[in-house]
Design a protein around this ligand. Sequence first.
Ligand code: RP5
Length: 181
Amino acid sequence: IVEARLKSMLGGEISDGQTAVSPRVGIIMGSDSDLPVMKDAARILNIFDVPHEVRIVSAHRTPEIMFSYASSAGERGIQVIIAGAGGAAHLPGMVAAMTPLPVIGVPVRTSTLDGLDSLLSIVQMPRGVPVATVAINNATNAGLLAVRMLGVCDSDLQARMSQYLQDTKNDVMVKAEKLEK
Ligand code: RP5
């Protein structure tokens, strides 16, 4: 049921990046309620043509699925995992404990504590098990960071990231010029 809801939420606005090519990035989240935030990571990966998959994997509600996802991701060709969760956000840390792949954590804002709970749950990992944590609700940066990681061994992707930075700079300069007029 959750898979069907996910597909229908992804339908139209963005694809889940699935192609015949095996996914290089896994985007996972604790609940389909995280999708409005996490879809920004998929949007970035689509811009850079990085094959990826989107899955609901909960540390608390589906721990067995989390275990099998994290422990098999590398064998399936996944190179980076982006994991988003809110509240007692254990998903990124637990996944990082079960895979040698880099894990990027996205703290999802909650209604009660404004995402501070999610941020602290994800960023305060014990020594030895790192999670690269982005700002609250900033799945865009998680997508960009994944592209940068892949770019280390993919010169074409790295060149596109350099172009992206140049485009960002140009945008700012055009806006600044408009303001000065
Ligand atoms: C976490 O609990 C999820 O990552 C989500 O951010 C939060 C609330 O989940 P729902 O109750 O909306 O499914 O596990």
